[in-house]
Design a protein around this ligand. Structure first.
Ligand code: NAP
Length: 273
């Protein structure tokens, strides 16, 4: 139940009907018994900036931002966190004291989803060079990863990303798996309706971790292949759940937990394979 004092937030996207964020934040609002609501907010790209300012005028605490608005959100903020600057994108807006502040929690959420994996333990290989790759590569580098190699269908995009990131970032045509501590798929390959990712995991060391940020289905062919080889494998759902925590805390004043109950609520909404 909400009252006239309810705290409001939501997710801006186009389309937005596929987003699991309302389910996720709704679960936390119910768990903590908050006087709050989190809504799906479908907004066309050409209306995005006006819509954000209107939400602030309406007293919203802030919003998440998803495809295709993350770069536009970056551009309209009055202030940005360091990790949003590094990512070149914003997925979390906070409205306070007449200012719009932008954060990017995707890279942080990705690292949190890896549990006790230490980014300093060895080189990482990232497949893809889009928005998610940038956030993840920046988070890995900032956490002490000794080298990140980008492998992308469009090499020029990987080269541009490497220049933007700076530091120990390489671009390669073939993934250098033999000494990799971490392999991450940040492309949409393996997603429902897309072809699977075709990659021989044979050269990976036995201690390597394989992560796929695709979470529809929960178990992608890449994850299944990694598990079949006895490698540690992490799907994209954990990243989705963890990236939501800082926004919830900023808007509603409670830092929520990622636990089995939350995982089950969201996983029930997604095809297993
Ligand atoms: N788990 C989470 O919380 C989370 C968060 C964000 C994103 N994601 C997922 O991550 C994926 C990428 O998102 P994004 O925002 O980074 O998208 P993006 O900016 O559009 O980048 C897409 C990337 O995938 C590559 N790609 C697309 N189709 C391909 C194909 N057929 N063959 C080879 N490469 C292909 C692109 O290569 P080119 O540069 O050559 O086009 C690019 O590197 C999506 O599946 C998204 O759902 C998950």
């Amino acid at each position: 139940m909400i009252t006239g004092k309810a705290k409001l937030a939501g997710v801006l996207g186009w389309p937005v009907s596929h987003s699991r964020s309302p389910l996720l934040h709704g679960h936390w609002i119910a768990t903590h018994g908050l006087d709050a609501a989190y809504l799906p907010l479908p907004v066309r790209p050409e209306r995005f900036a006006d819509a954000v300012r209107s939400l602030a005028d309406l007293g919203f605490r802030g919003a998440n931002v998803t495809i295709p608005h993350k770069e536009a959100a970056y551009a309209l903020c009055d202030a940005r966190t360091g990790r949003a600057e590094r990512a070149g994108a914003v997925n979390t807006l906070v409205f306070a004291e007449g200012r719009i502040t932008g954060d990017c929690t995707d890279g942080w959420g990705f690292l949190a989803s890896l549990g006790d994996f230490d980014p300093r333990s060895g080189p990482a290989v990232l497949l893809g060079a889009g928005g998610a790759a940038r956030a993840i590569a920046a988070a890995l580098l900032d956490a002490g990863c000794p080298r990140v190699t980008l492998v992308n269908r469009t090499p020029a995009r990987a080269e541009a990303l490497a220049r933007a990131l700076g530091g120990p970032v390489a671009v390669a045509a073939e993934p250098p798996l033999a000494d990799a501590a971490l392999l991450v798929n940040t492309t949409s390959l393996g997603m429902q309706g897309q072809p699977p990712l075709a990659l021989d995991l044979g050269p990976l060391p036995a201690r390597a971790m394989v992560a796929d940020i695709v979470y529809v289905p929960l178990e992608t062919p890449l994850l299944a292949a990694a598990r079949a080889r006895g490698l540690r494998a992490v799907g994209g759902l954990g990243m989705l759940l963890h990236q939501a925590r800082p926004g919830f805390q900023a808007w509603f004043g409670v830092l929520p937990e990622v636990d089995d109950a939350l995982h089950d609520v969201i996983a029930r909404d997604i095809p297993p394979r």
